[in-house]
Design a protein around this ligand. Sequence first.
Ligand code: SAM
Length: 211
Amino acid sequence: MLTLVSPELEEYSISKTEPTGDLLQELIAVTHKETELPIMLTGPIEGRFLKMMVQVSGARRILEIGTFTGYSALNLAEGLPADGELITCDLDPHCLGIAKGFFARSEHGKKIKVMEGPALESLGSLTGTFDLAFIDADKVNYINYYEAVLKLLNPGGVILIDNVLYGGHVAKPNDENSRTIAQLNDLIARDERVNRVLLPVRDGIFFVRKK
Ligand SMILES: C[S@@+](CC[C@H](N)C(=O)[O-])C[C@H]1O[C@@H](n2cnc3c(N)ncnc32)[C@H](O)[C@@H]1O
């Protein structure tokens, strides 16, 4: 699990956080059994944080980049009203197969629409605007995703960007992923279009609000 706090404090925090329910726990187990990189799961703390962000922001239309097996999508969808919509993008058919199976079993699944293919292409075909976006896909495209999402966001809308501390490597970038994330963090830090706070939660979440 990607986290910057000790395993003991992570477990303590999980024990004090709103539980996710049986279906999401089953999804974690299936993801560990059937995928090669279960570490990509956002997990219960970030999952409940995403749901909370949807609730406190009153978001009705959400864009997610990076579905994986659907864990963050189901948490986000849980925070939406019954007529809310979540569009989630991924290109991996195996992971999307698992995600779609769990969406079908969830009472919140009907709010979720999957766009399969490279996310930048999917973003180019979207119409309308969004209240909240969660970016959690290939790190080399993070700046492209940020710019594309900012255009699609309503004023006052929120972007949450995962892994912006990248295991601590952003302080001394040593590969393409950490260099891109460090560049994005620098860009956001001086971006007058947004309000921003970098939360050192788990692997770092950039909380950005479009002015
Ligand atoms: C870190 S995982 C997402 C985890 C997910 N948000 C969760 O909480 O379970 C990243 C996902 O991005 C997807 N991905 C990678 N490159 C992509 C691209 N160019 N377009 C769309 N999805 C991509 C991968 O297939 C993977 O499922």
